[in-house]
Design a binder for this molecule. Sequence first.
Ligand code: GTP
Ligand code: MG
Length: 446
Amino acid sequence: MNQDTIAAVATAPGEGAIAVIRISGSRAFEVAGTIFSRSIQNFKTHTAHYGSVLKSDGTALDTVLLLVMKGPNSYTGEDSVEISCHGGQLVTRRVLERIFEAGARPAQPGEFSMRAFLNGKIDLAQAEAVQELIAAKSEMALENAEKQLRGALSERVGQFQKELTDTTAILEAWVDFPEEGLEFATMEEIIETLERICHSMEKLKATFHDGKMLHEGLSLCLLGSPNVGKSSLMNALLGKDRAIVTEIPGTTRDLLEEDLRLGSLHFKLIDTAGVRKTEEIVEQEGIRRTQAAMKEADLILLVLDASRPLSEQDRELIQNAPKEKTIVIWNKVDLAKPKEDIPAIAISAKQKMGLDALKEAIHRIIWQKGAPSKEEVLITKMRHYQAISNAIANCKAVIEGLKSGISAEFVAADMRASLNELGTIIGTNVTEDILSAIFSKFCLGK
Ligand SMILES: Nc1nc2c(ncn2[C@@H]2O[C@H](COP(=O)(O)OP(=O)(O)OP(=O)(O)O)[C@@H](O)[C@H]2O)c(=O)[nH]1
Ligand SMILES: [Mg+2]
């Protein structure tokens, strides 16, 4: 595969001021030289050059800026050329076609990054971070992806690998030279070391909860009886008139979803149909969806109407909402004081009062166990989570084995398995199938 020279548009599809086309591979300079109006042979690496891309008849197709990067000092590690042409869809396609005519082939999604990985420019966790960085929807997700791209996760994993490898060496010395082995460490010390490594790995594993939340965004579900002001609150939080608001109970019939950014986090805000007993078929279906959304939601905003006494329905909702993920809200406090003493945030969705306190309450409930520290890198991928879980399980098997006094040589397989699992995170010992699966999810041109 690495023999081919590949090309793709690296900027987003559609019209833009400029589009960047990337070429990478051993023939990148030759391909670019064929279509460029100037000889590129003597261009120094990492320099940009103004000129034209030529049609096959030698006339100019577009004026462009051409950037040459000699391998291995490029993203892919190969000779690379980037052409910035005008960002029209047609002109971009024509320039790309010229590049294919000159001998490059269309790149697969993620193929540039895959080459960067195969050429040792970045490890697998870093390559995955590139995509997360592009997809990041919140400040925190962006920071974490940037940390992972700089190698923070790879370093942590590398540290575990090193410690496990060192311990394996000592264990092997035990097996080969039972007498001398004792000089390196006692069995108690080895077990202690393994337990410490296991504990550190557990800590990394535990970051997945926060990491997944950052990466995917949290679902935030508005819940309440009809007419309490759920849709009004949705609009107030979004700062736009997204949901229909009327004084008629039962206005919202279906789930409404919108992206919402609060502080450094990203949410999926869901407005729902007000819950009540009804014979109306459409409304019944809406309420069924409300209940399903409530179960799946990461967080529930349970809205009560302060201008009227609590209904049976309100009480049932308060009773049934899972405490650990519910924030209770008294809405319409501009009309009246809440009639009951329930711990809740007082707001007026209509007057946009109390929204800051609500936002603070949301952050408090999310970071109940404390916000992640700035230095810590969080696991955001299921693939990484599974690998670290398996590595821990294998490491525990080693500890159990040694504690029960079985000979060290019998735990060697578990030890190797633990190391292998860690290796899959950064991409040592992963199969080609796994690699293709990972990189095929990348954007075209990345
Ligand atoms: N005074 C006052 N009126 C409000 C407030 N919030 C909502 N309302 C009014 O209450 C009525 C119902 O508001 P909605 O936002 O449609 O209520 P809902 O909970 O979405 O209702 P359903 O979709 O029917 O379940 C509207 O007439 C709103 O203008 C508030 O904070 N103060
Ligand atoms: Mg509504």
